[in-house]
Write a new protein. Structure first.
Lengths: 112, 110
């Protein structure tokens, strides 16, 4: 089991471009979470998805950010028209029906 | 809103000493978890303590939970240089999501 796979590991985008971050959960896990981490800070919850459904998006900015977890394929966090303040590490975690979250290694987004 | 405030924010000790980190939270929880993060890396799950448990051990780790005070502590005994990392507590609330604190940056000096 390869664990939670996130790609790319590093992503550089110019202001105004789109960023697409991918997360493949562990095999058998149907719950996916996205978190954002700024330097020297903790992880801030963004969104919780369960196969094709958004369960909790209370941490998602109202504009430019969207997330999906299709029936087939990875979960995608999409940031449109990126700004410098979007620069951060974005972590994905997956969970099965029992306790136990597994985190990916993260995608470090740099907006230049 | 974030909860799970860790204390201290930074801790520096000598190798071999014990390290204690504290975490406070605000709402009722299903469980509390501790994670480690090495610089620039992902999070590693250390230990989970359920709301009906008071103490749990795993190797050199000891976690306590006091639900009446809404607080937890993580003790690392006989610290090693490899324990240098940031440590985060995270509470799982009814909505089944983890809410993280700001973390404690632990430095073990050789």
């Amino acid at each position: 089991n390869a664990g939670v796979m996130q790609n790319p590991r590093h992503l550089v985008r110019r202001r105004g471009q789109e960023a697409r971050l991918r997360c493949s959960p562990m095999k058998g896990h149907s719950h996916v979470y996205w978190y954002r981490q700024l330097p020297e800070e903790g992880l801030k919850f963004m969104v919780y998805l369960q196969k094709e459904n958004i369960i909790d998006e209370s941490g998602m900015p109202k504009e430019r950010f969207s997330a999906e977890f299709p029936k087939e394929g990875p979960s995608i966090l999409r940031i449109q028209q990126v700004v410098r303040g979007d620069s951060a590490a974005y972590f994905c975690a997956s969970r099965g029906d029992n306790y136990g979250y597994t985190f990916g290694s993260g995608t470090r987004l740099t907006v230049v | 809103s974030q909860q799970g405030e860790e204390d201290p924010q930074a801790l520096s000790i000598q190798e071999g000493e014990n390290a204690t980190m504290n975490c406070s939270y605000k709402t009722s929880i299903n469980n509390l978890q501790w994670y480690r993060q090495n610089s620039g890396r992902g999070l590693v799950h250390l230990i989970l303590i359920r709301s009906n448990e008071r103490e749990k051990h795993s190797g050199r780790l000891r976690v306590t939970l006091d639900t009446s005070k809404k607080s937890s502590s993580l003790l690392i005994t006989a610290s090693r240089a490899a324990d240098t990392a940031s440590y985060f507590c995270a509470t799982e609330q009814g909505a089944q999501k983890l809410v993280f604190g700001q973390g404690t940056r632990l430095t073990i000096n050789p």
